[in-house]
Design a protein around this ligand. Structure first.
Ligand code: ADP
Ligand code: MG
Length: 230
């Protein structure tokens, strides 16, 4: 089943009195359970594409369906609700709360889900700590963790509410090669375990690693699509 379908998808930013075309008419479809890499040099449109899929930005033209919803038509409040219900995010600079422990950072999104009991929250956090192999660091704060460990916590946090889709914009840009590779491997493991669809971006061809589908972008165009029909 296609989780995401883009057709003639474009985004043009207005900077002063010039139009900046960031994404220029791309067509693609991404299946549920896929592990996809958007790869391309800086400025090729990776973030813009991820932001549109994540309902953080709206298409200028074309159509974009995510989970059978025409996300280009969602207004601000509806897109926030859609994100909250279906999408997890992982960031380049981890974005963990510095005063919270690893476990508390993972629990944080669950505190917004009012109907969960304390016990259910604890069980979910424990499961995720285990899944991302960070259980021994559960009580440590971000400044006591390595970059790779921080990003593992961030992946667990993104998965806390069991979203269908996790978007990660350059999640490995601040990691050494080994840690970067391990994060991508972790995404694959989480995909296998929870069925979550993962899309990440990178400008580094070396870390595409375990991605099963690679979308190459250049100047806002999808110039190559490799991999998978799973
Ligand atoms: P990447 O993530 O691959 O580096 P981006 O999607 O950030 O690429 O940017 C694609 C193009 O769109 C670049 O030329 C960038 O300068 C431009 N762009 C991105 N965001 C904005 C914005 N908010 N306003 C104006 N131009 C933007
Ligand atoms: Mg970017």
């Amino acid at each position: 089943m296609a989780l995401i379908e883009a057709s003639g998808l474009s985004k043009t930013y207005r900077a002063g009195d010039v139009d900046v075309p960031a994404v220029r008419g791309v067509d693609f479809s991404i299946d549920s359970g896929a592990l996809v890499a958007f790869i391309g040099p800086s400025g090729s449109g990776k973030s813009t594409l991820l932001n549109m899929i994540g309902c953080l930005d709206r298409p200028s033209q074309g159509s974009l369906r995510v989970l059978d919803t025409d996300v280009g038509r969602l207004n601000g409040r509806a897109s926030a609700a859609f994100r909250g219900a279906h999408i997890g995010f992982v960031f380049q600079d981890f974005n963990l709360m510095p005063v919270l422990s690893a476990a508390e950072n993972i629990e944080y999104p669950l505190l917004m889900v009012q109907r969960w009991s304390v016990e259910r929250r604890r069980a979910r956090v424990a499961e995720l700590l285990e899944a991302v192999s960070i259980a021994e660091q559960a009580d440590k704060r971000p400044d006591q963790l390595s970059g790779g460990q921080k990003q593992r916590v961030a992946v667990a946090r993104a998965l806390a509410t069991q979203p269908r889709l996790v978007l990660a914009d350059e999640p490995t840009a601040n990691l050494d090669h080994d840690s970067a590779y391990r994060i991508i491997t972790l995404m694959k493991k989480m995909r296998d375990e929870f069925g979550t669809t993962f899309i990440f971006s990178t400008h580094d061809p070396k870390i595409v690693g375990e991605a099963e589908e690679i979308f190459s972008l250049e100047d806002g165009r999808l110039i190559k699509q490799e991999g998978a029909v799973r």
